[in-house]
Ligand binder design. Structure first.
Ligand SMILES: Cc1cc2nc3c(=O)[nH]c(=O)nc-3n(C[C@H](O)[C@H](O)[C@H](O)COP(=O)(O)O)c2cc1C
Length: 371
C-alpha cells in the first residue's frame, strides 16, 4: 500500500487516505449564503476520492469577509443555506467534510480576484471599514483598518464561537481555524501587522494571545469528539516578520491546548514578501514543525504529482498533503494518483464503469453486471 493511501486519524476523525482538498474561496455566496455553485463545486470535489474536503474560508462576522461574496456562517440564513448544500453532498458522497473558519481583518472589503482583487473603499455601497490589530493598511495608500478595542475583540471571539456552534449543528466533521495568509489571526501573530502595546501585541506571547483565545473558544464550543486544528503561515517571507521559529512555538502552544493538527502554508501578510516558489516549496516548513512538535501535519503548496506526494508522506515530512489548484484542474487527481501508485480509491457506483481496463482493482468494491 503506498503511504499516500494509508488511512490517517486526526483525533477521532478517520481519513481513508492522506490527500486533503485545501480550502478554496469561491466568492460565490449571497450575503454569506451558499448557492447552487457551492453544491456543484463541493459536490464534484466530494466525489474525487480524497480523504478530506475542507470548505473554503468562511467568515464568522460580516466584516470578516474578504469580498462581499464570501461564504459566511454568522446568520440563521447562512446556516440554512449550508444545510441545503451539505445535505445534497452528503447524500451522495461519504467523504468527511471540514470547514475553515476565518476573519479577513484588514484584507476585508476587497473585490473578487476576477474583478481585480483591489480594496473596496468604505464609502462604496459594497464596501466597509475593515478591522485589524493595528490601524496599518495592508498596502501603503490603501484605506487603513480600524484598530480593534476590547469590545471588538470580544465580538470577533464570539463570532468564532457562534460559527463553531452552527458548524457543529451542520454536522461538519472538523474545523480548521484560519491563521494564515495575512488574515486577521495572522495579523495578530506578525510583528509587521501587529504593533499594539497592550496585552495583545509586543512579545511573541502577547501576539499569540488572541489567536490562542480564539482557538480555546472554538475548541470548547465544538464537540470534543470532532477535531479542531489551525492553518498558519510558517513565514512572512519578510525580514523581521513572523518566522519558522515563531511557528514552532505557536504550534507547541496549540498542541498543549488540544489542537488536533497543523496545516502549514506561508505568506500573505505583506506585499514586500519574497517567496522562493517551487515544487513543494512549503514542505520544509511542515517537516520542521512536524519533527519538533509532533502534531499531525498537513503540507501544502505546489504539490502536484502523485510520486511527489507519496515521497512527502513516505519520508515522514508530513502526515497528509493538501492540494488546491491541482484539484480544480483535475478533480479526479486522487483516482489518477491511486492508479499510478497502485492503490485503491473510493468512486461513486454510478462511475464504476469508467474504471480503465489496465487498473482492474482501482475502485474499491466495484462490480458491474449486465443482462
Ligand atoms: C481559488 C483558490 C482559493 C483559495 N482560497 C483559500 C481559502 O479560502 N483559504 C485558505 O487558507 N487558502 C486558500 N487558498 C490557498 C490554497 O488553499 C493553497 O494553500 C494554495 O493554493 C497553495 O496550494 P496549491 O499549490 O495546491 O494550489 C486558495 C487558493 C485558490 C487557488
Amino acid at each position: 500500500m503506498p503511504a499516500l493511501f494509508e488511512p490517517l486519524k486526526i483525533d477521532d476523525l478517520q481519513l481513508e487516505n492522506r490527500i486533503v482538498i485545501a480550502p478554496m474561496c469561491q466568492y460565490s455566496a449571497t450575503d454569506g449564503n451558499a448557492t447552487d455553485w457551492h453544491a456543484i463545486h463541493l459536490g464534484h470535489l466530494a466525489l474525487s476520492g480524497a480523504g478530506l474536503l475542507i470548505i473554503e474560508a468562511t467568515a464568522v462576522t460580516p466584516d470578516g469577509r474578504i469580498t462581499p461574496a464570501d461564504l459566511g456562517l454568522y446568520s440563521d440564513a447562512n446556516e440554512a443555506a449550508l444545510a441545503r448544500v451539505l445535505g445534497a453532498v452528503r447524500a451522495n458522497a461519504a467523504m468527511p467534510i471540514a470547514m475553515q473558519l476565518g476573519h479577513a481583518g484588514r484584507k476585508a472589503s476587497s473585490r473578487a480576484p476576477w474583478d481585480g482583487g483591489q480594496q473596496i473603499p468604505s464609502a462604496d455601497p459594497q464596501g466597509w471599514t475593515a478591522v485589524a490589530p493595528s490601524p496599518l493598511a495592508h498596502i501603503p495608500g490603501e484605506e487603513p483598518p480600524a484598530a480593534l478595542d476590547a469590545a471588538g475583540l470580544a465580538r470577533i471571539r464570539d463570532g468564532f464561537v457562534q460559527a463553531a456552534r452552527r458548524a457543529a449543528r451542520l454536522g461538519l466533521d472538523g474545523l480548521e481555524i484560519h491563521a494564515a495568509h495575512g488574515y486577521l489571526l495572522h495579523q495578530f501573530l506578525s510583528p509587521l501587522s501587529n504593533q499594539r502595546d497592550d496585552a495583545y501585541g509586543g512579545s511573541l506571547d502577547k501576539r499569540m494571545r488572541f489567536p490562542l483565545e480564539v482557538f480555546d473558544a472554538v475548541r470548547t464550543e465544538f464537540p470534543a469528539d470532532r477535531p479542531v486544528w489551525v492553518r498558519l503561515s510558517a513565514s512572512d517571507w519578510v525580514d523581521g516578520g513572523w518566522d519558522l521559529d515563531s511557528s514552532v512555538a505557536f504550534t507547541r502552544a496549540l498542541k498543549a491546548r488540544g489542537c488536533a493538527a497543523i496545516h502549514v502554508s506561508s505568506g500573505g501578510v505583506s506585499p514586500l514578501q519574497k517567496i522562493a516558489l517551487g515544487a513543494g516549496y512549503q514542505v520544509p516548513f511542515a517537516a520542521r514543525i512536524k519533527a519538533e512538535v509532533g502534531l499531525p501535519t498537513i503540507a501544502v503548496g505546489l504539490i502536484t504529482e502523485p510520486e511527489q506526494a507519496e515521497t512527502i508522506i513516505a519520508t515522514g515530512e508530513a502526515d497528509a498533503v493538501a492540494l488546491a489548484r491541482a484539484m480544480l484542474y483535475d478533480p479526479r487527481w486522487p483516482w489518477h494518483a491511486a492508479a499510478k501508485l497502485g492503490a485503491q480509491v473510493r468512486a461513486p457506483k454510478q462511475y464504476w464503469r469508467s474504471q480503465p481496463r489496465e487498473y482492474k482493482d482501482l475502485f474499491e468494491g466495484a462490480s458491474v453486471g449486465q443482462r
